[in-house]
Every structure is written in C-alpha cells, then in structure tokens.
Design a protein around this ligand. Sequence first.
Ligand SMILES: *Cc1c(COP(=O)(O)O)cnc(C)c1O
Length: 224
Amino acid sequence: MTPSFAENLARLDARIQKALARAGRNDRVQLIAVSKFHAQQAVEEALTAGVRVFGENRVQEAAGKFPPLQRQFADLRLHMIGPLQTNKVAEAVRLFDVIQTLDRPALAKALAKAFEKGARKPDLYIEVNIGAEPQKAGVLPEDLPPFFESCRAEYGLTPKGLMCIPPAGQPAAPFFQQMRRWADRLGLLHLSMGMTADFEEAIACGATEIRVGTALFGQRPPVP
Ligand SMILES: *Cc1c(COP(=O)(O)O)cnc(C)c1O
C-alpha cells in the first residue's frame, strides 16, 4: 500500500529534525508543502494532517485550488515558487502570501504598482540563479546587490528573503553555502532552498525554509 500523507509527513519531519540536530541547529525550519499538479483533495489531506504552508508554481492552478481552502483555514499560507509573468501579477498579489520568484526589474515594477493599488502586500523573496545557468530564471549572483538595492530605492519594495534551485547533477552544498553567505550579507532572514532530493543538505547549510513536494505527496501526476 502507498503510504498515507500523514505517514509521509511524519517520516519527513523525522528527517528534518535529524538534519537540524546533525547541523547543531536549535532553531526550526519551515516546511513548504509543494502541491503543484496535485488535486485539491491532496491539499485537503495535507490540511487535515496539520500542514498550513503550501507552494504552487502557477497562478492559474493555484487560483483554481486554493481560494475556498483559504477561506476555510485562516492560517493557511501560500507561496508562489514558479516563474511569474507581469500580466499575472495582480492576481498573484491577491492569492499568495509570499512571492519567492522576484527575478527582474520589470517584475519589481509590476509588483510595486499592484501594491499601490491593492491592500495586499505579499512578502517577496529574490530568486537567485546561483549556478548562473543560462536556461534558468533568477538574478545572477553578481547582480544581486544592485538588484536588491534597486528594489528598495526605485520601487519601494523590501525583499525579505532569497530562494534558489541549484544546478542539477552537481553537489548542491557549495551552492547552498553561497546562498547562505548572500542572505547574511544582505541581512535577509528568509532563505528558501532544498527540495525532496537535497533538503537535508540545505538544512545543513542554513536553509530557513525547504520546499518539498514528492516526499510528501508522492510522484506528481503529468503536467496538467
Ligand atoms: C516542484 C518544485 C519543488 C518541489 O520539488 P520536489 O522535488 O517534488 O520536492 C520545489 N521548488 C520548486 C521551485 C519547484 O518547482
């Protein structure tokens, strides 16, 4: 039998606690349950098991799944972890509590405009292309200090954290360590890194939030 969500969650939590202890950390790490491509029913099971923080990578999909659950669970927190187009910004600002993928000036500008218009201001994290991969979204490491500064000075935004997806097929730890140093250097409290394959290393390197899908929900169904 495939394990239940609650069993997966218990097993994952044990691994998180072990990784924290191994790293000599006595703080905690926030689990973000990545429910992309999974049906609303899977999210409901997660809520029943006590999970309140979720990650989705598409505005449209999240808009179809989450609003009724957000009305039912006042403490539900939804993180945007996928690429965000400027024409979806208004809807994203209404839907998400945290947008982790601020990665370019045009998006900063669109977010600033949406913040002026509406009452909601989700927390923002800057996505860093820590491996400087040409095909990947994110601000290049060397552009991070000027981009962070221009978010504040030009757009009146105050990013609160950083997120990354390290290059596939290489040890992740050196990239996670660089991310930790960037977060310290910019004085940012939130550091979102680590997925099913590498969250233990991310915890060892100082992640404050990990984004886990497969270890919780099982294999993702094909892209809808
Ligand atoms: C899908 C996704 C995850 C979760 O990946 P798993 O390997 O299933 O844990 C985490 N972060 C981002 C940005 C994702 O798109």
